[in-house]
Design a protein around this ligand. Structure first.
Ligand code: PEP
Ligand code: MN
Length: 339
C-alpha cells in the first residue's frame, strides 16, 4: 500500500505563516527527496478551553486555496459540520479530516458523511478521544457507505485518566486491530497530537512505522514557539525533513513480529525513564517538606510500603532478585538526593 505523508501547521494563523511553513516544507521535501502528499492546516479549531485561539475561520480558506495552487500540493483541513464541507468545496479544498472530538458523535459524523456523499472528497477519520474501536470503525463505514473512494484513518491517541507521559495514550492495540479488520484501509499516525511534546515525536513516529502504519500526519510551524495553538508539539520544517528522512521504512514482514515486540519495549522504556525521573523530582519535593518540618530523611516504615508495592510477582524469583537490587539502588539514591 502506498504511504501517505502529511505535514503543516496545527492552525493557519495568517496567510504569511501558512505560505512560509508550506513553502519550507516543500523545500525540505525536495531537498531530502521525501514525498509530501498533503499540507495540513486547521482553520476551525476545536479547543478544550474557552477563549483560546479558535482558528482563522472561513477567511483562511482563500489562503489554503492559494497554497494549494501555488505549491501544487493538496491542502487538507478539519471539518465539524456540513456547512464547513460546503465552504471547503467552494474553495476547492477537497481533503478533510474528522477531528477526535467530532469523532465521538456519530450523529455529527453522519451529517458530514451526507454532505460529502458521492463526491470526490478524500476523508480522514481520526480516532475518537475515547478508546472505542467500534465507534471509530462505525465512523469510517459511514464515509465508505457515502461512496467516498479515498477514506483513511488517523491514530492520534486516546484521552487517558491515568498519568501518562504522552498527551494522549497510544493504546496501539486499537489501531492494530483496526488494521486487521479493515486491511484495505490506509491508517496514518499523528504523533504530534499523540505525544504533545516534540521530544517524543521521532520515537513515536518510528514506532508507528514499525507497526506498519501507512503514513504520518505531523504538525509543523515556521516558528513553533510563536504558534497560537499546540506550540509544544510543532516541528520546524527542517526538523520535519530531518525526521522523515531518518525513518526506518523497512517492509520486511518476516521480522515484523520482532519489530513489534521491540517497539513495545521501546514504548515501555520511554515510560519507565520518564516515570523514574518524575519519581526523583517528587523525592526532591518531599525532601523540602521534611526539611521544613524537621522530619528525619530515612523513614523505615515508609520504605517498607514502597518495597511492598514492588512485590507483586513473588512467583517469579528471578524478577524478585532483580527488584531487590533495583530497590536498594533506588533507596540509596533517594537518600543521597535528600541530603
Ligand atoms: C488537529 O489535528 O488539528 C486536531 C485538533 O487534532 P485532534 O482532533 O486529533 O485533537
Ligand atoms: Mn493541533
Amino acid at each position: 500500500m502506498e504511504r501517505i505523508w502529511i505535514a503543516g501547521p496545527c492552525a493557519a494563523e495568517s496567510r504569511e505563516q501558512l505560505m512560509t511553513t508550506a513553502a519550507q516544507l516543500v523545500e525540505q521535501s525536495q531537498h531530502t527527496n521525501f514525498p509530501l502528499h498533503y499540507i495540513r492546516a486547521g482553520i476551525w479549531k476545536v479547543r478544550s478551553v474557552p477563549n483560546s485561539f479558535a482558528g482563522a475561520g472561513e477567511d483562511a480558506l482563500a489562503w489554503l486555496q492559494e497554497v494549494q495552487s501555488r505549491l501544487g500540493i493538496p491542502v487538507c483541513t478539519e471539518v465539524m459540520n456540513a456547512r464547513q464541507v460546503e465552504m471547503c468545496a467552494r474553495h476547492d479544498v477537497r481533503t478533510v479530516w474528522i477531528g477526535a472530538r467530532t469523532s465521538v458523535n456519530p450523529v455529527e459524523v453522519q451529517q458530514i458523511a451526507d454532505a460529502v456523499c458521492h463526491s470526490d472528497f478524500t476523508v480522514m477519520v481520526k480516532n475518537p478521544i475515547i478508546p472505542d474501536l467500534k465507534l471509530w470503525m462505525g465512523n469510517i463505514e459511514r464515509f465508505l457507505q457515502a461512496d467516498i473512494k479515498k477514506v483513511m484513518a488517523i491514530h492520534r491517541g486516546f484521552t487517558d485518566a491515568q498519568e501518562n507521559v504522552y498527551r494522549n495514550a497510544p493504546v496501539w492495540q486499537i489501531p492494530i486491530e483496526l488494521k486487521t479488520r479493515m486491511p484495505e484501509l490506509p491508517i496514518l499516525c499523528d504523533p504530534s497530537h499523540l505525544c504533545g511534546q516534540v521530544k517524543w515525536i521521532p520515537q513515536v513516529a518510528q514506532i508507528a512505522m514499525n507497526y506498519g502504519f501507512n503514513g504520518l500526519m505531523m504538525e509543523c510551524h515556521c516558528h513553533p514557539s510563536q504558534a497560537l495553538s499546540d506550540a509544544d508539539q510543532q516541528l520546524t520544517p527542517a526538523e520535519w525533513g530531518n525526521l522523515v528522512s531518518h525513518l526506518d521504512l523497512r517492509s520486511d514482514t518476516a521480522s515484523l513480529e520482532l519489530v513489534k515486540q521491540r517497539s513495545m519495549l521501546e514504548n515501555i522504556d520511554n515510560q519507565i525513564s520518564e516515570l523514574l525521573y518524575q519519581r526523583m523530582s517528587l523525592v526532591d519535593e518531599i525532601a523540602e517538606i521534611k526539611r521544613e518540618n524537621h522530619i528525619a530523611v530515612v523513614q523505615p516504615q515508609q520504605w517498607q510500603q514502597v518495597v511492598k508495592r514492588y512485590a507483586l510477582h513473588p512467583e517469579d524469583t528471578h524478577y524478585q532478585e532483580f527488584i531487590t537490587k533495583f530497590l536498594e539502588l533506588l533507596h540509596q539514591s533517594s537518600i543521597e538526593r535528600q541530603k
